[in-house]
Ligand binder design. Structure first.
Ligand SMILES: CC(C)(COP(=O)(O)OP(=O)(O)OC[C@H]1O[C@@H](n2cnc3c(N)ncnc32)[C@H](O)[C@@H]1OP(=O)(O)O)[C@@H](O)C(=O)NCCC(=O)NCCS
Length: 186
């Protein structure tokens, strides 16, 4: 996918425009690593450190490249000063849960002042619509989506529910529930 603007969104009580872009460039990867290091709200994720203490996926350029080369479809959210303020991705990572196989997982992050102002739903809806129309997705044998999030991460759970995800497993692994999006509900 080439980098291009998919849409412009605003927070609930702000007219600041944020652009949603497919892809991520090298400078933004550096920003992503810096944001991951400085944003303590991400401590429950595996972005900086994995639960076993090993370096997380966004802890360095090397770890980012290892993660990215596994086959990721990235999207970014950019503020009017061209700063990276959000990222989301789909990743082909088939998992069988509750008797069905889900082909992709979905990740979502908003940073700093872009968080908590209502951008999560329009950002994730736009990137989902774009990815679900792509051949990378449509040619896949398993088109359902799965994800895990903290059972107390209400902002994330509400965002995912608004997209049609439903919980299929209570918190079992690292205090995280499993949610899925069925192909037919897309
Ligand atoms: C998860 C995340 C992307 C959500 O983005 P956000 O900007 O905080 O969410 P929003 O402000 O758009 O809020 C989403 C919904 O959750 C609600 N919400 C937010 N915080 C809440 C809370 N503490 N309790 C209850 N509801 C809450 C909002 O009211 C909104 O619902 P509404 O549209 O019905 O009013 C963001 O918090 C984030 O990046 N967190 C750190 C990384 C992370 O946890 N990612 C997900 C891991 S799988």
């Amino acid at each position: 996918m080439s980098n291009n603007i998919l849409g412009t969104i605003q927070g609930k009580s702000s007219s600041t425009p944020y652009n949603i872009v497919s892809g991520i460039n090298d400078n933004q990867v550096v920003e992503l690593i810096q944001l991951t290091q400085s944003d303590t709200a991400l401590a429950s994720t595996s972005d900086w450190r994995k639960p076993d203490g090993a370096p997380g996926r966004f802890s360095s350029l090397d770890s980012y490249q290892d993660w990215f080369h596994e086959g990721k479809f990235n999207y970014t959210l950019i503020d009017p000063s061209h700063n990276l303020v959000g990222i989301s991705w789909f990743s082909y990572d088939p998992q069988t849960t509750s008797g069905a196989t889900y082909g992709f997982t979905f990740g979502l992050r908003l940073y700093g002042s872009a968080r908590g102002i209502g951008l999560a739903k329009p950002f994730s809806r736009t990137v989902s619509n774009h990815f679900f129309a792509s051949s990378d997705y449509l040619d896949s044998p398993h088109r359902g989506i799965w994800l895990r999030t903290g059972s107390d991460n209400l902002a994330a759970i509400k965002t995912y529910e608004s997209l049609g995800y439903r919980k299929v497993k209570d918190a079992e692994i690292e205090g995280k529930i499993t949610m899925v999006l069925q192909y037919q509900s897309l």
